[in-house]
Design a binder for this molecule. Structure first.
Ligand code: DGT
Ligand code: CA
Ligand code: CA
Ligand code: ZN
Length: 583
């Protein structure tokens, strides 16, 4: 379905359209760096960051936005005025969703996709599986048995992670938040929320589940199917509608009665295992639990339905946070009052970039002001060091140091502002600059950005070696994975965690949605040793400082003990830890 006349294009939708145009153009031209691709990417960034709604601007006004040329401005007007961008529609037809999923496999570039389509009739991941099984890849000119084995390995890894066909949380969460915001504005709407695996904060979701309580369900459905990112409507009913977005994510929306919203939230948040256990508990008390209510089996008298809290309480359980509802012992813990304590408020950030990094978008001043506004006690500025593509030379760090010192005068005790850096960890654990220069920093986070294919032993050794450096206070995004796109490096987690405990190096939980790193698995291993954790944002823009909340929500899934986390709650422990590194 094409956009309807009633669609209203917000900046996020327009930016999304240009991002999609860039993605499709890469596939079409085979060159991720082409002039056109970069123009589309710039337009997407410009619109996403604009202070005004681009849809309200004239052609001339649009062209005055930095990063938007005549062609971009024309395309914005075309989409807003007609509900359709001809170039985008043409490329979508040429490169259907299955092809785009194929192109997203790590290590398969756009040129290879073109070759696979033209010479092996491979147009989807399933086609690729079949071609590998038939040993057809090695017969394609320019490819080999080695390429074939590599493709097989990539697919096997993604299968093991269970991510093929699922949407990464970095796509699903912003989309869901945007929809919730839009649906809240429909007249008669009393409640909107997302449920399902997204609310449980899984790293990938099969689909997005939305719940709405409203007096006028038809108006809700009308708005929902008119959402600009809709590709097609799969099911349309009075109380349930399902649709597919242009990026291939399914969204289910259910309208329920306001007095039943708690039961619906509980049911549709799942997980299935959690629900089954709750229902058994209800049955053992002569009650039934479904998406409408907790009620008596005979007579059907409702016991609780309006809030999740009331239902848990009636079942004799403490409220179970959605992140723990995986059927992994949470009900027993809730019964005994032994659920993990919640984290206190985040009181500092230890992975933050400014414009000193090539890819940073906010200035030091903006970051400091934003940290103050968030009530932080500590802020470590950690721009990329020379070993990273967007890294800064020594002189830039020296200039920044002077600016940080100047800030300290003004800040007094309000905020401890640390002069830091994000050091790159080389293949053998080498770090940027030299020991003397590194020692000048107050706080260094060290992280892996390349050499992803080394064997486990070497990956483990490089990180352990980095932790032994006196300047390194924490390890950034330990596995360097990109959820749904790139598996993490192969690591002996027990050895890493032991070395972290021994050297007093903290492990970061990076809250950038594409990363969420430490992974759940690593977090569970970390619990077995005396390792300290830091929740960090990896913000490149002040708007991303909120990523620390993602780190906290995600860490909760692994039952992390708040005592392990240095930068939540009372800052005394944090300040103590900052003073010394045992090595
Ligand atoms: P996903 O979408 O695959 O990432 O995972 P979920 O958990 O979001 O699953 P989904 O979308 O199929 O259903 C949302 C929730 O609805 C699920 O977590 C539990 C509930 N639910 C769905 N179908 C059933 C069912 O047949 N039995 C029970 N007990 N619960 C169900
Ligand atoms: Ca779901
Ligand atoms: Ca669903
Ligand atoms: Zn970073």
């Amino acid at each position: 379905m094409l956009g309807t006349a009633m669609a209203t294009y917000r900046n996020q939708d327009l930016a999304e359209a240009f991002d999609e145009l860039a993605e499709l153009t890469i596939l079409d031209e085979g060159d991720p760096q082409s002039f056109r691709v970069r123009a589309y990417e710039n337009a997407a960034r410009a619109i996403a960051g604009a202070d005004v709604e681009a849809a309200t601007l004239t052609l001339a006004q649009l062209q005055k936005l930095e990063g938007i040329g005549k062609s971009g401005a024309t395309k914005v007007r075309e989409l807003v005025d007609t509900g359709c961008m001809a170039k985008l529609e043409e490329l979508r037809l040429k490169h259907p969703l299955e092809v785009r999923a194929l192109a997203k496999l790590p290590g398969i570039g756009p040129k290879t996709v073109t070759k696979l389509r033209a010479e092996a009739n491979v147009h989807s991941i399933d086609d690729l599986r079949a071609a590998i099984a038939a040993q057809k890849i090695r017969t394609i000119k320019g490819l080999s048995a080695k390429t074939e084995a590599k493709f097989a390995q990539v697919i096997a890894e993604l299968d093991a992670q269970g991510v093929i066909g699922r949407t990464p949380i970095s796509v699903a969460l912003p989309l869901a938040r945007r929809l919730v915001e839009q649906l809240r504005q429909v007249p008669g709407v009393e409640h909107v929320s997302y449920a399902g695996s997204l609310r449980r904060f899984r790293e990938t979701v099969g689909d997005i589940d939305l719940l709405v309580a409203a007096t006028d369900p038809a108006a809700v459905m009308e708005t929902f199917v008119g959402f600009p990112q809709v590709d097609r409507v799969l099911v349309r009913g009075e109380t349930k509608t399902s649709l597919l977005t242009r990026r291939g994510t399914q969204i289910d929306l259910r309208v329920v009665a306001a007095h039943q919203i708690g039961a619906a939230q509980l049911y549709f948040t799942g997980s299935k295992a959690h629900n089954v256990a709750l229902r058994q508990r209800a049955l053992s008390r002569g009650w039934t639990l479904n998406e409408y209510a907790l009620a008596e089996l005979d007579g059907g008298k409702v016991i609780a339905s309006e809030t999740e809290e009331a239902i848990y309480a009636a079942l004799g359980l403490a409220f179970v946070p959605p992140t723990l509802r995986e059927g992994a012992g949470e009900i027993e813990a809730a019964e005994r009052g032994q659920l993990p304590a919640p984290f206190g408020a985040v009181n500092g950030d230890f992975h933050v970039h400014t414009t000193t990094s090539g890819d940073g978008q906010s200035t030091l001043d903006e970051m400091v002001e934003a940290a103050l506004a968030r009530g932080y006690r500590v802020l470590a500025i950690t721009d990329h060091a020379e070993g990273t593509v967007s890294g800064a030379p020594r002189e830039a760090f020296e200039l920044q140091h002077a600016r940080i010192v100047a800030w300290r005068e003004k800040l007094g005790d309000r905020l401890l502002l640390l002069h830091g850096a994000e050091l790159n960890i080389g293949p053998n654990g080498e770090l940027d600059y030299d020991a003397e220069f590194r020692a000048r920093f107050d706080f260094c986070v060290a992280s892996v950005h390349d050499h992803m294919d080394l064997p486990r032993e070497q990956q483990t050794a490089r990180i352990v070696r980095a932790m032994q450096d006196p300047a390194v206070r924490s390890i950034g995004h330990l596995s360097a994975r990109m959820i749904g796109a790139r598996p993490g490096i192969d690591l002996d987690y027990d050895a890493i965690v032991e070395a972290a405990a021994q050297t007093g190096t903290a492990l970061e939980v990076n809250g950038a949605l594409p990363r969420l790193d430490l992974s759940e698995e690593a977090l569970r291993r970390a619990a077995k040793h005396d390792v300290k954790l830091l929740f960090t944002s990896d913000a490149h823009h002040v708007d991303e400082l909120g990523n620390v909340a993602h780190a906290a929500t995600y860490a909760a899934r692994a039952w992390v003990d708040p005592a392990r986390v240095l930068n939540t709650g009372d800052p005394a422990r944090l300040l103590e830890w900052l003073k010394s590194k045992s090595s």
